[in-house]
Design a protein around this ligand. Sequence first.
Ligand code: UD1
Ligand code: MG
Length: 455
Amino acid sequence: MHTDVVILAAGQGSRMKSALPKVMHPIAGKPMLQHVIDTANKLENSKLHVVVGHGAEHVQKQLDTQAISVALQAQQLGTGHAVAQALPKCQKEGVVVILYGDVPLIQATTLQSLLQQAHQGHLGLLTVELQDPTGYGRIVRNDVRDVVAIIEHKDATEEQREICEVNTGIMAVPCELLNSWLPKLSSENAQGEYYLTDIIAMAAEEGVRISAIQPETEQEVQGVNNRQQLAELERWYQSQEAQRLMTAGVTLYDPARIDVRGKLTVGQDVVIDINCVFEGDVTLADGVTIGPHCVIRNTSIQTGSCIEAHSLIDGANIGVDAVIGPFARIRPGTELANSTKIGNFVEIKKAVIGQGSKVNHLSYIGDALIGENSNIGAGTITCNYDGVNKSQTEIGDGAFIGSNTALVAPVKVGHQATIAAGSTITKDTPDGQLAVARAQQKLVSHWKRPTKRQS
Ligand code: UD1
Ligand code: MG
């Protein structure tokens, strides 16, 4: 059966005190709204609709590249009114799932349970028991525990406010029923809004079964209204990620000090020290160790490689048994073959470095192709940019580049070639030859050191 997912994202979120629309604030590096979209996309045979209002332009940018229909709610007249904006585009024979853009961590399995109810013609309602239900819509049940209404906190009596079962706002409803109920909503209530929640009483009156389902965890239905709640959900998300990694066979020196902002794929016996951040798509194969305070983004690291403390690795492919850092910066387009060594204060950009080659200290290697088993001495710089164009440096196998060499690209250094320390290399060096490109040393034999002037 067809499912239309309507995601409400028109609210202002004034308590965030932000120029950014609330639903665009990230959890684990991804806008809250996108979390909801990604989860909704897991539902089979579904079409997504997002209701935008406050910050519509900004939110729409996020949606532009996705197959999502956007409905504008120019004035925020309530959740019922918001759903009504998207309803004309929903399929009449289908089911409508209602989600909130500021409830980011809802799980697809929970939605599937709700959908099952709606597919049978029931109203699937997600509720949760809270210790402190203040502010939420209360679930009112009759003598036989059937749900008969939702009463908003502001409209509730003292007695109703004692109810701890609350509305999460998430529900699945057959589209035809929604179509018949929404036009009947009234705004005669404490907030002067068209409450979506009033459809519950209509369903009860018409004898439509209301199936209340509870999520596995409270955080799944936790909304974000302020930065404190944003931080709480972020920490919860990260603790879940840490659990997942440990279950997969990763040692985390401190599960409370790791942040995964994307997809981290791991082998066994990976060891991750404290305060590391993983962004985008990162793969760590068996036995990889990551030292403390590393940031690793969109990178794949093969078996047994070791990243030492304080390294930043972005957009790289790293082979087997490589050693990188401490304090290394690896930039996009870098390919490091097996058993390469990149040491401290070395920056590598868009370079391919062959097996067993070493760049151990204080160097910049950009737009370069380096063969196998070459040694790049301390302070070597590839001068890849003339102010206008980028050029390539090529170094063969078994080359030895002396310390403090400037390689002015485009330039080639052959196999087994040697560059004397302190050279500025502007011409190609053939295989096996030595290039010395520096001023010759002079000796002054009768040199006397200056003496201190008498005052
Ligand atoms: C709503 C529910 C309440 C529930 C609570 C759960 C109603 C009337 N009340 O209350 O029962 O316990 O959520 O968090 O539904 N929105 C729009 N357009 C509008 C109004 C809201 O898009 O005109 C969006 C908001 O951006 C937000 C969501 O709908 O994502 C919920 O709106 P909010 O104002 O937070 O509703 P609550 O009063 O919290
Ligand atoms: Mg709310």
